[in-house]
Write a protein that binds this ligand. Structure first.
Ligand code: UDP
Ligand code: MG
Length: 340
């Protein structure tokens, strides 16, 4: 492999054929203006709409545009990780292909990177083209997660960001299967800063999000970065116990003063059902964590690469799947093998 380009742009793409040409034009124009060397890596997340063919056609004119095609749809987080795994730049920009993240911001990010920041993330000030409900849920999401998570996650920040090589290498060492990227980005630390921008509506195509996905995404975020829900049952149980003890004392006093009264059926039902409900909720919470433990312990690779066209050569890499071992070895056998 030759020299590292200055900038790698990693763009996960799932059925983005309708915006891809526009995306590449705009991004290339911006990158050319910076005067730096660059590569664009499209992480094709099992698209079925010709995204791959389109990318390869563009690549024939410009080999700086690379393609990593995953063996199926793995979801944005994994696609992004695959792109990062294959990126070589001294700094890497992660950006959506649908042009909701304006590539025009890249020069500003580069400037801050040159000033010594390792992570420059873009924070949106306005969310155009999003419903009030989506904005409200987003706001609420950050409030909840920051109340629970051990590390703060900046609000209104997506995946759009520039990372220095060492930040990328750090991030890529986190190989958990449940990839809550916002949390991972924050967890690695280093010098981080933000730039503001207005988020525009999608240029074309459809969002792949719906409320069910967003809900699961939130659960993902909470369970990946907080153990607090697990403590919930202990605290709640403790409270109930205190309450029960007080009530017991009350009954003893009441009975000694007023004699035995007829026990109330409704209050009994309420207590039983309420506690039953709480127990089920608690079981569910524990189940969420156990489910995650189970997927993590399988130690499966994060993804499989079907084809990769990278660098100047046109030969597809056929055997590359999870490139974890070769990625972080700073020297030694792994590197020799992977770069042979
Ligand atoms: N994406 C992906 N795999 C998926 C879903 C989405 O690689 O399974 C990509 C998609 O092509 C886009 C980015 O992730 O470049 C953001 O997706 P989308 O626009 O659907 O999400 P939103 O902008 O609504 O958060
Ligand atoms: Mg989008």
């Amino acid at each position: 492999m030759g020299d590292r380009p200055d900038i790698s742009v990693v763009a996960p793409a799932y059925n983005e054929a309708s915006v891809l040409p526009q995306f590449l034009d705009r991004t290339k124009a911006v990158l050319e203006r910076t005067g730096l060397t660059w590569e664009i890596i499209l992480a094709d997340d099992g698209s079925t709409d010709g995204t791959r063919d389109l990318a390869l056609r563009v690549r024939q004119d410009d080999a700086r545009i690379g393609l990593v095609s995953l063996s199926r749809n793995f979801g944005k987080e994994i696609a992004m990780t695959a792109g990062l795994d294959h990126s070589r730049g001294r700094a890497v920009v992660v950006i959506d292909t649908d042009l909701q993240d304006p590539p025009e911001l890249i020069p500003d990010m580069v400037k801050l990177w040159r000033e010594g920041y390792d992570v420059v993330y873009a924070r949106r000030t306005i969310r155009n083209g999003e419903t009030i409900l989506k904005r409200a849920t987003a706001r609420y999401f950050y409030r909840v997660i920051n109340g629970l998570a051990d590390r703060p996650i900046p609000a209104d920040v997506g995946d759009f960001r520039l990372m220095s090589r060492r930040a990328v290498d750090a991030l890529l060492q986190l190989r958990e299967r449940h990839r809550f990227m916002k949390g991972l980005f924050s967890w690695i630390g280093f010098r981080q800063t933000e730039i503001l921008y207005e988020r525009s509506a999608r240029a074309a195509g459809d969002t792949k999000w719906n409320y069910w996905k967003l809900w699961n995404f939130s659960i993902e975020g909470i369970t990946s970065f907080s153990m607090r829900p697990l403590q919930f049952s202990s605290y709640f149980g403790f409270l109930i116990a205190i309450f029960a003890a007080l009530y017991g004392i009350f009954i003893i006093i009441y009975t000694t003063v007023f004699g035995i009264s007829v026990p109330g059926y409704p209050s009994l039902m309420v207590a039983v059902l309420f506690l039953g409900g709480i127990q089920l909720v608690t079981l569910g919470i524990i189940g969420e964590y156990i489910g995650r433990i189970s997927t993590e312990t399988k130690q499966r690779p994060l993804y499989f690469v079907a084809e990769a066209f990278l660098g100047a050569g046109g030969e597809p890499e056929s055997d590359s799947h999870d490139r974890r071992p070769s990625r972080h070895a700073s020297a030694g056998l792994n590197r020799v093998l992977s770069e042979e």
